[in-house]
Structure formats: structure tokens, C-alpha cells
Ligand binder design. Structure first.
Ligand SMILES: *[C@@H]1O[C@H](CO)[C@@H](O)[C@H](O)[C@H]1NC(C)=O
Ligand SMILES: *[C@@H]1O[C@H](CO)[C@@H](O)[C@H](O)[C@H]1NC(C)=O
Length: 436
């Protein structure tokens, strides 16, 4: 009899564990973010549901970006209603249906991600403040999960970011307006502790709702959000399935218009801010009680670019003097940014606007490429800090060596999804996956 009870107990525990979905990808998660708004790009940059499909043999998780928060009701809302839930496209539904073809794939919906216009009232902070606002938010997620078959929710919370250190030079004010896009402007959060605690409770209560439904909960730390200010790693650990560290955009042409530097280094290089790298952020989470398997390292698929002028050193070596964002790419049309496809097509000998490529033998800082200012024609140059399959592989190797959970790719639409570089689609995801 006792034996039977024991066997029953063992079987029951086993059953519960497998039902709750013991992570089959404990150390080799390839979490693929999809910025669905890339649908709006014209021409070869346009990225749609069918383009996602060809990445899914490489990804273990697909994260649909992004939903937002209604500032009055604190409910989760689609940010592109026509695309997300409208009758024409209904991407929420079609995306979760991808699981029919990829039964092991987990599909999450992400909230925030700097895609949600922040308001004067700072809704991402206010939601955390009271039991009432938190439960409005959580109840709306419950309703959403009744309608759509997502496997989990990702909170890419739009916390205030660390301010840029004062730039030398005189052009700083020119770029001031751009800071508004970060949502907080000159705002100083006087209630950091309260918001940190409120977020911890929100995560705990949301997970309590998700657990019986067997839904996952992940947290994404956006660039420039100071982990140690807003994330109580120790208390979050039992209630999250993973933390995605967006350890890129450490330097951007908007924040640092007059100086280009490695945008997403693994380690600190000489004379740089010691916190602005993958290793420092990873260590914060590890040292504060997060199991390694729950820490997922971010890899961007795009480059950050700056304009080189007659004032820039001709060596190209960073940090280098620049004058704001580099020229936009033909497919993405965003100054200061190039997709990997746009970068790689300019690295070949015969390319128009050919970039000189400088690799990263140290495997610590990432690569860059540049075209110097042209003295004869007066044409501006460009400095490009980018990720390629090798540097992405270095980040995956870092994650593996530290026993972490894997990598998170941001995002699918900016990798070479048509395979123009070498014929392989999604070369950056591939480069990372095969080093895990
Ligand atoms: C998503 O892509 C669109 C179209 O290029 C762009 O405007 C937007 O900034 C991107 N959003 C995020 C959060 O990356
Ligand atoms: C983050 O916050 C901690 C604690 O307030 C502080 O010591 C650290 O310097 C901050 N990091 C950055 C990059 O500002």
C-alpha cells in the first residue's frame, strides 16, 4: 500500500513537471523576436508572416512584438489593431497557429519593448503602483489568453533609462529632441524603490494566474534600463521562466551623436563605462540569485551607424568622432540603422559604397566597418557597428561557457531573411544557434 502511494506520488510529480513544461531547452534557447511592424516597410525590407516561417526551424521561441498598455484602463491592447487582431490579417491568431507546423515552438506575446508610446503619466510606472492597477492589467491578460493561444507573456517593461553622460563638443543640443522618443525626457524617478517593488508584486501575481494555465512568463530588460535599480532579481527568479537581456544599443547615434563606439560588446573595453556590456549585466543577474538557465543573452541583427566627417580620425578605430546618425539604408529607411542584409551587401570588393571591414579577433567587442570621409568629393563617410554570424556565435559561446539559458535575437526582420549575403536565410540566428 505504502509502495503504491509512493509510486503514485512519484508518477504524479513527474506528470505535473512534464505538464508544466519542464524546459526542454534549458541551455539552448534561441528566442526570436519579431517586430511585426516591419510589415509596414516597403520593398525588399517588408517582412511578413511567411518570412517568419523560414526562421522557425532555428528558433525555439517566437516572441511577437509588441502589445501596449491603455493609459486609462491599464489593459493590454494591440498596438497595430488592424494587423494584430483585425479581420484582414489577425496576426495574433495566425502567429499562434504556426505551432501546427512547428509543434515544439513556444509563442509569446511581448508587452512594451519601446514600441508603446509612453505618455506624460508614465503608465508603465503607474501600473506597478497600486493593487487595483496591477489587477486591471493582469485580468486583461487573462482575457487575452482566452482569445489567443499564446504560450506565454513577455514583459519588456518600459522603465526609465539611464541618462546619457555629458558629451563633449557643442552639437549636443541638436539631438536633444530625439531623447523624447525614449518617453521619459528629463524625468527623474523619485519612486524607484516603489516601482521596483510594485513590479516584483505584479510579476508574482501575474505568474500566479499563468501557472495553472501552464503559461510562461518572461521579463525583458530593455537597453539602458539599469537592472539593479528596477529588477529585484532574487525575488523575481522563482516567478519567471527567463530574463532576456537586451544588452545592445549601448552606444547609439541618438544618445551619443558625436562619438561612435562598439554598440554591443561582450566585455568592457579600455576606458569605457564598466556596466555597458553583456558580461556586466549577466553577472548582476547571476550574482543576485538567478539560475544561469534562466538568463538569455541578447543579440541584435542590425547595425548602428554614425556619420564620419572631416573631423573624424581616418583610422576608423573607435571611439571615433562623428556627427550624428549615418545615412539610412535603402530597405529600412531609418537614419543610424542598417539591417544585416544592408551591411553585408556593402562588404564585398565591388560594392557601391563599399565598407572596410574590421573583424574582432579578441571575440570581446564585436566588429565594425566603415567608409571614411572623402576628402576629394567632400562626401560624408559612415561608421557601422554591427553583428555578423561570427560575433553572434561569440555571444552564444559566451552563454554556453557560463551555463546560461541561450540567446535572444532582436529581431527577425533585420537579419538577412532573404538570404542575399551567402544564400542562407537568417545567417545571424544560424551563427548563434550552432555555437550553443
Ligand atoms: C519596428 O519596425 C518599424 C518599421 O521599420 C520601426 O518603425 C519600429 O521602430 C520598429 N520597432 C521596434 C520596437 O523595433
Ligand atoms: C545602476 O544603479 C546602481 C545602483 O543605484 C549604480 O551603482 C550603477 O552605477 C548604475 N549603473 C549605471 C550604468 O548607471
Amino acid at each position: 500500500m505504502r509502495m503504491k502511494v509512493l509510486i503514485f506520488a512519484v508518477v504524479a510529480v513527474f506528470y505535473v513537471q512534464s505538464a508544466v513544461g519542464v524546459d526542454t531547452h534549458e541551455h539552448n534557447k534561441v528566442v526570436c523576436y519579431w517586430n511585426s511592424t516591419a510589415f509596414d516597410r516597403q520593398g525588399p525590407g517588408k517582412f511578413q508572416l511567411d518570412d517568419v516561417r523560414s526562421a522557425l526551424s532555428l528558433c525555439t521561441h517566437l516572441v511577437y512584438g509588441f502589445a501596449g498598455i491603455n493609459p486609462d484602463s491599464f489593459e493590454v491592447v494591440p498596438l497595430n489593431p488592424t494587423l494584430d487582431t483585425g479581420v484582414g490579417y489577425s496576426y495574433y491568431k495566425l502567429t499562434t497557429q504556426l505551432k501546427r507546423s512547428f509543434p515544439d515552438l513556444k509563442v509569446y506575446l511581448s508587452i512594451g519593448g519601446n514600441a508603446d508610446p509612453n505618455d506624460e503619466a508614465h503608465k508603465y510606472l503607474v501600473v506597478t503602483e497600486t493593487a487595483e492597477s496591477r489587477s486591471k492589467f493582469i485580468n486583461s491578460i487573462n482575457r487575452l489568453l482566452n482569445d489567443y493561444d499564446f504560450d506565454g507573456i513577455d514583459l519588456a517593461w518600459q522603465f526609465p533609462t539611464v541618462k546619457v553622460k555629458k558629451q563633449r563638443g557643442t552639437f549636443g543640443s541638436l539631438w536633444h529632441g530625439l531623447k523624447k522618443t525614449f518617453g521619459y525626457g528629463k524625468f527623474k524617478d523619485d519612486k524607484e524603490q516603489e516601482h521596483r517593488d510594485g513590479f516584483t508584486i505584479l510579476v508574482r501575481d501575474l505568474k500566479a494566474q499563468l501557472r495553472p494555465r501552464m503559461k510562461a512568463l518572461t521579463v525583458t530588460v530593455l537597453p539602458h534600463v539599469n537592472s539593479s535599480v528596477y529588477y529585484d532579481a532574487r525575488l523575481l527568479a522563482p516567478n519567471i521562466d527567463a530574463v532576456h537581456l537586451f544588452t545592445f544599443d549601448q552606444k547609439t547615434p541618438e544618445r551619443n551623436p558625436q562619438e561612435a563606439d562598439y554598440p554591443a560588446p561582450i566585455y568592457e573595453s579600455f576606458g569605457r563605462v564598466p556596466q555597458d556590456n553583456v558580461d556586466a549585466t549577466t553577472r548582476y543577474w547571476l550574482e543576485n540569485g538567478t539560475p544561469g538557465s534562466k538568463i538569455v543573452v541578447g543579440i541584435p541583427t542590425y547595425a548602428k551607424t554614425w556619420k564620419l566627417t572631416s573631423d573624424s580620425q581616418i583610422s576608423g578605430v573607435p571611439p571615433i568622432v562623428t556627427d550624428g546618425p549615418g545615412a539610412e539604408g535603402p530597405h529600412t529607411n531609418i537614419p543610424g540603422l542598417l539591417s544585416y542584409a544592408e551591411v553585408c551587401s556593402r562588404l564585398t570588393e565591388s560594392a557601391v559604397g563599399r565598407l572596410r571591414r574590421v573583424g574582432d579577433p579578441s571575440k570581446k567587442y564585436g566588429g565594425y566597418a566603415y567608409q571614411p570621409y572623402n576628402e576629394n568629393t567632400g562626401e560624408d563617410g559612415i561608421w557601422v557597428g554591427y553583428e555578423d554570424p561570427d560575433t553572434a556565435g561569440n555571444k552564444a559561446a559566451y552563454a554556453k561557457a557560463k551555463g546560461l539559458g541561450g540567446v535572444v535575437i532582436y529581431d527577425l526582420s533585420l537579419d538577412d531573411f532573404r538570404g542575399v549575403c551567402t544564400g542562407d536565410k537568417f545567417p545571424i540566428i544560424r551563427g548563434a544557434k550552432y555555437k550553443l
